[in-house]
Design a protein around this ligand. Structure first.
Ligand SMILES: [Zn+2]
Ligand SMILES: [Zn+2]
Length: 418
């Protein structure tokens, strides 16, 4: 029976990270952590002071590292001097990957024999859910834990309790000051018991970009027009997004502008005569002044986009929206896809060549000019939008998930967010 080795957990205590912190939930002791393992064998005492070579024998089903990824690959051999008692002890490094199996053989003075030791590599990360009052996230995370563990990925996600829910915040915009606001809300609820191997999953309401002011016009309108549609031509009305704030109403000014006796006149259109969808305003002209033709001018606030979620590349937090425009609550299928996608980023997907793995063959350079690490397969959860609600990694990402180095003290994305 192969011994489980938790290769991403620390191999040594440091001033800030203690191995004992991570014992439990199937990790039997502090001795089964880290990529370094020790193999011992006995020899005849007369062989003392001679050198014995250990050969590492990887299983045929192990992850395959490219030459430029050699830092994440296992050692091939190690040597040790046989002691006066006839013992030899080798230190060897296993791979950073999950689900890799290793056996060992020893070679001494031309003779080779297999050793009984067997190891299997596993990884472990912790997460905690920080809910938001009045917002519905997911109640079960089994699908996620399965996705990270399957196909020999062997990333076991262990849930720990957060310190509770944050207050309702209707929107976070896609900009720095809003990130700080989110971090400030979340930090009081964050449980640091498993740091630096833990990250927070925060459920949010909207992640809308804006508000941005926009002016749209429709010419050739008169009282006789009846019902007039004024398309926004891009963006979505800033409506029901930031309910707590009155600072950003969607309707800033809607008027009928016409010329009478050589001067421009403005007729403010009464609120009951204006209806809207998220991309179009409709004006009823019943109250317009008689006998003139002019234009409808609407100054509105719009959202320029709705994000499904964010994974912060240098902070141990991901945030997931539960609502898009208007009051459209995301279905569980959408929330699941966002969770897998953002947590995929959190573990280093899609490799761009800077984190130990070489740039992935399906790295998306077309849809994602800002290089936010996406996959060019639209059937993959790492596709640049979560529109298709994919909650599984494609066969190419699968290999990267299995191979990626998850030694958390070395990962940017696992630095505390406050
Ligand atoms: Zn993404
Ligand atoms: Zn992919």
């Amino acid at each position: 029976m192969a011994k489980k080795q938790w290769v991403n957990l620390p191999s040594e205590d440091s001033s800030t990270v203690k191995k004992a912190t991570f014992v439990g939930d199937g990790v039997d002791s502090a001795d089964v952590m880290g990529r370094k393992v020790y193999i011992e064998a006995s020899f005849d005492k007369k062989d003392a002071t001679t050198i014995a070579t250990l050969e590492v024998k990887p299983d045929g089903g192990n992850a395959v590292y490219e030459p430029e990824e050699s830092k994440l690959a296992h050692d091939k051999t190690a040597t040790a001097k046989i002691s006066d008692e006839g013992k030899a002890k080798w230190e060897v490094k296993l791979s950073a990957a999950g689900g890799d199996k290793f056996k060992f053989a020893v070679e001494h003075q031309g003779k080779k024999k297999d050793l009984p030791d067997e190891f299997e590599t596993h990884r472990r990360l912790f997460y905690q859910v920080i809910d938001m009052t009045g917002v519905t996230g997911l109640s079960s995370f089994g699908f996620w834990e399965t996705e990270f563990k399957k196909n020999k990925r062997e990333i076991s996600l262990v849930k720990i309790a957060s310190k509770g829910a944050i207050d309702r915040s209707y929107n976070f915009d896609y900009k720095g000051s809003e990130y700080s606001r989110l971090f400030n809300l979340a930090k009081d609820k964050y449980n640091d018991a498993k740091d630096p191997y833990c990250f927070a999953v925060v459920w949010a309401d909207c992640l809308a970009q804006g508000p941005t002011e926009k002016v749209v016009e429709k010419t050739g309108v008169s009282k006789a027009s009846g019902s007039v549609a004024v398309p926004l031509g891009g963006g979505q009305l800033w409506k029901n997004i930031d309910k707590a704030s009155t600072a950003a109403p969607w309707n800033k000014m809607i008027a009928f502008i016409y010329t009478k006796d050589g001067s421009e006149q403005t007729f403010p259109i009464p609120d009951p005569d204006v209806t809207s969808t998220y991309t179009e305003i409709t004006v009823n002209t019943r109250n317009f002044p008689e006998g003139v033709t002019g234009k409808i001018k609407a100054k509105v606030n719009v959202a320029t986009g709705f994000h499904g979620g964010w994974s912060f590349p240098t902070q141990n937090i991901i945030v997931i929206a539960t609502r898009g425009w208007y009051d459209r609550a995301y279905a569980d299928s959408k929330k699941k896809a966002i969770l897998i996608h953002e947590s995929g980023h959190k573990i280093g997907m899609v490799p761009d060549g800077t984190g130990g793995l070489k740039e992935q063959s399906t790295y998306d350079k077309v849809h994602d000019p800002s290089k936010n690490s996406h996959c060019n397969d639209n059937a993959c959860t790492m596709w640049w939008t979560t529109t298709y609600e994919k909650d599984v990694f494609c066969s190419v990402c699968d290999k990267s998930v299995r191979k990626v180095d998850l030694y958390a003290p070395g990962l940017q994305g696992f630095k505390r967010f406050f």
